[in-house]
Design a protein. Structure first.
Length: 706
């Protein structure tokens, strides 16, 4: 599979397209030409599926012309033309046209692929209000159901017919789609709801939908919510230029949503035919449905409706080579480098405000319920303890208790740098807590002597025992100080450290009475601290404390447990050992939140971390401008996988209570993550070997991608 690693279809994606062709009223031959032109463009762009507007072969605004036999015959000939052309196009087309069945006329969507009409879906709900009077010309799908009509003779072949059809794209695993038409999504229970329960991952709406003030925004809401409720992708297309404006106007809006998120949208009111693409993550939709067990409950509850669906096999192109067979096809989808941190500044500030208040509220509740008015916290002058102290300060404000009730201790050891010690002192002064300093070197030396450790004999032996003696001594002091002062110890370790096992087990930074940071990743803590500085959440007497917090943000992350060799600088840099947090947080998000295979995580990381022209990344110069090639991505992902799956779970199994703050997941055994402490990492590392060691150039995505 290495040769196809650079193709998006190899990683559970499928490219879809929505086309809005220029049309002429009652000119099916012209409309078929315009439709095929967009279909060919979509196929060249790598799409496997394209949807066109409601009644697009005739135009929606034909009114009583739909009763004319000549028009209906011409629509059928246009459909036959499209079906013949589809033999060389490796994608499925969904076109709208009027279809005669027995003594009734139906507003239909025809699915065309591989030189055939794969199926025809009639509209279920016909609007008969306002400017709409479709029952004047058409019958609803229920009429066909009542007459037990499940096939129709169309374009020279017998074609499956009915509202309960699902179409499987044979060459693309997971691409099962359903079609509904315009009004169908405006009703309380759209037909696509049951289709999703029956296994449809992509829902398609062929709409005409004239435009009035405010309607475009409401379409967004409808499509977004339907895709979210159904845990599906939703393609929406509406009629544009060329429809009759006798009594209505048309804007040609096209949308693609996935699980509530907008992937692509067209410009409105364009004069010419237009096309949008989106790469739908079928893997993600499947994983979401598996994770959300109530989706399965809904399948069982509505088993009678689900049982009505027929699955139609849909071959994509009889002779055309599909995009899924190419060696390279670049992903046409924005993948954020920092999935825990919104790139948009406004949304980022909103996220920081919400996370901060969740942490504060959780600590307030814990202290109130326990009847405790004091907290003990270790302050290192580094990032995590800084943010935990900021949370404690705001909690005391909410409880109307003095900040002096925060008993903060900085505890310099053998490798504490002057910089972090100074920052710890300045931070405690800024917050206004009760600040104390305990030099742990003497007590650590006693422990090392008791152990017979070489360092106690004057030898430079900086092993793991040397490090853990210091970490354990700090935590031991904090717990005894909490006992002595009728307080609780506040933990400072974050989600990223828990994922990588970068914490000293037991009586070390792994343990506390309550941890406010345990489900907050390192990349988000960085922005939380910056947000606190910028918004003046903590400073007293008119001081924002921005300079102090900015200095902490600019400090290299280090446990400071091994003495430096020059100028008192720390010898250790955490990211040199476990990899850059910005990349490991990316790996964590897609592994924990979606359960993606390592090869897909690497594919996404490569796409996210390649050179970008945009400047819309989080404003952290230290991380925003870094680039990682595929070799670096693979190397660091290997570190993550082994530490996450094999070596670190025993620490997570017994972590203290901590609030979950985000949908990205937590690692608490009482929350999102339960796993054995003695599992292996072999299957994940084996999948990682699908990732090539060398880069390969990919063709750029189509220009029409939003």
């Amino acid at each position: 599979m290495k040769q196809r690693f650079f193709n998006l279809y190899s990683h559970g994606f499928a490219r879809v397209a929505v086309g809005v062709p220029r049309c002429r009223v009652a000119d099916p031959a012209f409309n078929a030409e315009q439709t095929l032109a967009l279909a060919r463009e979509a196929a060249a762009g790598g799409a496997a599926l394209i949807a066109f507007p409601e009644l697009g072969l005739s135009a929606y605004s034909c009114d009583d012309l739909f009763r004319q036999q000549a028009l209906l015959d011409a629509c059928e000939r246009a459909l036959a033309q499209i079906a013949a052309a589809s033999a060389t196009l490796p994608l499925a087309m969904i076109v709208g046209l009027p279809v005669r069945v027995g003594h009734a006329l139906f507003n239909c969507a025809a699915v065309v692929a591989g030189g055939r009409v794969a199926g025809v879906v009639p509209k279920s709900y016909l609007p008969n209000y306002g400017e709409f009077y479709e029952p004047r010309q058409f019958s609803a799908a229920a009429c066909a159901d009542y007459a037990s009509t499940d096939t129709v003779r169309l374009a020279g072949q017998d074609v499956p017919f009915g509202a309960s059809l699902l179409f499987d794209a044979a060459q693309i695993p997971g691409l099962r789609f359903h079609v509904e038409i315009c009004e169908d999504v405006w009703v309380p229970i759209p037909p696509s709801s049951f289709a999703a329960l029956a296994g449809a991952s992509v829902l398609v709406n062929l709409s005409a939908s004239n435009v009035v003030v405010g309607k475009a925004g409401y379409r967004h809401q409808l499509v977004s919510q339907q895709s979210a409720r159904c845990l599906a992708a939703y393609l929406y297309t509406s009629a544009g230029q060329g429809e009759s404006t006798t009594d209505m106007a048309w804007d040609g809006q096209a949308l693609v949503y996935e699980n509530g998120e907008l992937l692509a949208q067209s410009e409105r009111f364009l004069d010419d035919s237009h096309l949008i693409y989106a790469d739908v993550d079928l893997d993600r939709l499947q994983q979401e449905r598996i994770r959300q067990t109530t989706f399965g409950d809904s399948v069982r509850r509505h088993a009678d409706e689900v049982a009505k669906f027929r699955v139609i096999n849909c071959e994509l192109g009889a002779t055309g080579k599909g995009a899924w067979e190419q060696e390279t096809l670049a992903l046409a989808r924005r993948v954020e480098r920092f999935p825990y941190v919104p790139a948009d500044p406004k949304r980022r500030d909103e996220r920081c405000n919400e996370v901060y208040n969740i942490q504060v509220q959780a600590l307030v509740q814990r202290l109130s319920q326990a009847g405790i008015k004091k907290v003990v916290i270790g302050v290192s002058g580094g990032l995590d303890s800084t943010h935990a102290l900021l949370v404690c300060a705001k909690a005391m404000d909410r409880l109307k208790l003095p900040r002096a009730n925060i008993l903060a201790y900085t505890m310099p050891g053998f490798a504490t740098s002057e910089r972090t010690l100074r920052q710890a002192r300045e931070l405690m002064t800024l917050v206004g807590c009760t600040a104390r300093e305990i030099d742990i070197r003497q007590s650590c030396m006693q422990m090392l002597e008791d152990l017979g450790h070489p360092y106690s004999e004057g030898k430079e032996s900086y092993d793991i025992t040397f490090e853990n003696v210091q970490a354990g001594e700090r935590t031991n002091h904090l717990f005894r100080l909490a006992n002595f002062n009728h307080a609780i110890v506040i933990g400072t370790g974050d989600l990223s450290e828990l994922a990588l096992g970068w914490c000293t087990y037991g009586v070390g930074d792994h343990m506390s009475h309550y941890n406010v940071n345990a489900s907050v990743p390192k990349t988000l803590i960085t922005h939380l601290v910056r947000w606190v500085a910028e918004t003046g959440q903590i400073g007293q007497n008119g001081e924002s404390g921005r300079d102090v917090l900015e200095a902490i943000l600019a400090t290299d992350i280090s446990p400071e447990l091994i003495p430096g060799k020059t100028d008192g600088a720390p010898e250790q840099k955490t990211e040199s050992t476990i990899g850059p947090y910005e990349l490991q947080d990316f790996n964590l998000y897609y592994t924990l939140r979606f359960g993606f295979a390592p090869s897909k995580v690497a594919f996404l990381a490569r796409h996210a971390w390649r050179e970008r022209e945009t400047g819309a990344w989080p404003e952290n110069a230290k991380v925003a401008r870094n680039q990682y090639d595929l070799a670096a991505i693979k190397r660091n992902l290997r570190i993550f996988l082994d530490r996450f799956f094999r070596t670190s779970q025993f620490k997570r199994t017994c972590i203290p209570n901590a609030p979950k703050v985000g949908s990205g997941g937590s690692l608490s055994p009482r929350g999102d993550w339960r796993a054995p402490s003695d599992s292996e990492s072999v299957v994940w590392l084996a999948d990682l070997e699908r990732v090539p060691d060398q880069e390969r150039a990919s063709a750029p995505p189509p220009d029409a991608v939003s």
